[in-house]
Design a protein around this ligand. Structure first.
Ligand SMILES: [Zn+2]
Length: 434
């Protein structure tokens, strides 16, 4: 973590004369954590990213007089965002900040999770966990957009909630910045959490997104969730996506007559899609998101177009299929969280599938997607049983009792997946969830 109050030790090279400029203050604005300082050589007043969040990867520097932004060659979007925010800075009359204090503390680590991209907010939020209980006399505060507040981990002592839609969080609101500075300097000592903006390999998704056990879930199995979004579609446009989904539903329902197919995610301006139970919402609230979490956690399979909408589903469902459009190939796995149940690398690989498509995923046919889905649903239990057995055979301490148990456990997988077992009611029940 990085101390910002009462002392702040950080410097950034002046983009004009390269002289190191020490931070004399800080500004929390436009979803960023910035240091401010004046170059002793050329006298320019500068603002520069402190090393937290995306400031670790792409530290940018703004010349306050000219509005020019300087930074690394990679991550220019992060510079553009600063430039636009500075040009559009304003003194909004409303300060949409609510601070809830659960346990008062004079020393806090503040995790700044503000961002206009939902997935980025989650990445930063995953960075909160290490600070909980890290020190007995220091508490954790989370600066969070209202609509993600329900994912703030238990154990946080203060929730600083900004009630603005995500796209407005990267606007520069002077008054909000002043309120935040006031709240920080009221503390005896304050740090910023690193909130490194990438999914952690060992993150436990369930720490954030806990199934409530309260939702009335559809009863049919397998449960397959399509994580819907309107701005990035499977096929060019909403109509084609709806057609693809209808076809997919028909194929999967034919293969699994008792399946439940559900739509989760933002949307719903389009009419219902045949074959799916509709849980979409144009403006999801905390309650609606909790129902989605419950559905994903119960799902045998989550499917969706690549993007931050897939983060929680990949971490919660038994398996997932990510439809990756050509323009996003380099972003592979940015929307993927490891399912905490899959602790072995091969098990993780089995459960996380990617289908590479063209720019609009127009070449990803419903038949192909259905085939991959069926292979995952039918094959998962056998694959995991084989993996578990392999670990026994490789471990001398298991030779006496583990190996015979593993051999016995494999017996039930001698039938072909999908074939009817004596007394089974339907195909899926042959290899039901173990
Ligand atoms: Zn200078």
């Amino acid at each position: 973590m990085f101390e910002i109050h009462p002392s702040l030790t950080h410097s950034h090279p002046c983009p004009h004369c390269r002289r190191s400029v020490g931070a004399s203050g800080f500004v929390l604005a436009a979803g960023r954590s910035l240091g401010s300082g004046t170059c002793a050589q050329c006298g320019r007043k500068l603002l520069f990213d402190l090393p937290v969040g995306f400031g670790i990867l792409y530290p940018a520097c703004l010349d306050q007089a000219s509005g020019e932004v300087f930074g690394p060659e990679v991550g220019t979007w992060f510079q553009d965002r600063l430039r636009r925010a500075w040009i559009g800075r304003g003194n909004e009359s409303q300060v949409p900040l609510r601070i809830e204090v659960r346990r008062a503390s004079k020393r806090i680590v503040l995790c700044n999770c503000l961002d206009d991209v939902y997935g980025h907010v989650l990445f930063k939020l995953f960075g909160v966990q290490p600070y909980l209980a890290s020190s007995p006399d220091t508490e954790v505060a989370v600066l969070i957009p209202s609509n993600v507040r329900h994912l703030v981990p238990q154990g946080v002592s203060e929730v600083w909630e900004v009630d603005l839609p995500l796209p407005e969080l990267t606007r520069w609101n002077e008054r909000l910045g002043a309120r935040l500075a006031e709240a920080i300097t009221a503390k005896e000592k304050a740090w910023l959490g690193w909130c490194y903006p990438c999914p952690k390999p060992a993150v436990n998704t369930l720490e954030l997104a806990r199934p409530s056990g309260q939702s009335r879930l559809p009863r049919g199995r397998p449960l397959i969730a399509f994580c819907y979004r309107e701005d990035r579609t499977w096929g060019r446009g909403l109509r084609v996506q709806a057609r693809n989904l209808c076809k997919l539903a028909a194929l999967l329902s034919k293969r699994y007559p008792s399946a439940s197919l559900v739509l989760t995610g933002c949307g719903g301006s389009e009419p219902p899609i045949d074959g799916f139970e509709d849980y979409r919402s144009p403006r999801p609230d905390a309650k609606g998101e909790q129902v989605w979490i419950d559905l994903w956690a119960a799902a045998d399979l989550a499917i969706g177009v690549h993007g931050s909408n897939m983060l929680l589903p990949t971490g919660l469902a038994q398996a997932s299929i990510d439809l990756l459009p050509k323009g996003r190939y380099a972003n592979i796995f940015q929307d993927t969280l490891p399912n905490p149940l899959l602790t072995e690398p091969r098990e993780g690989l089995f459960g996380l599938r990617t289908i590479y498509g063209d720019e609009h995923l127009g070449d990803v046919k419903p038949e192909l997607l259905a085939d991959v889905a069926v292979s995952l649903i039918d094959g998962r239990e056998r694959f995991l049983a084989l993996e578990r057995a392999a670990r026994c055979f490789a471990e001398p301490s298991e030779f006496t009792s583990g190996v015979p148990r593993a051999i016995a456990a494999l017996e039930r997988f001698r039938q072909r997946p999908g074939s009817r077992a004596p007394g089974a009611d339907g195909d899926f029940e042959v290899h039901g969830r173990g």
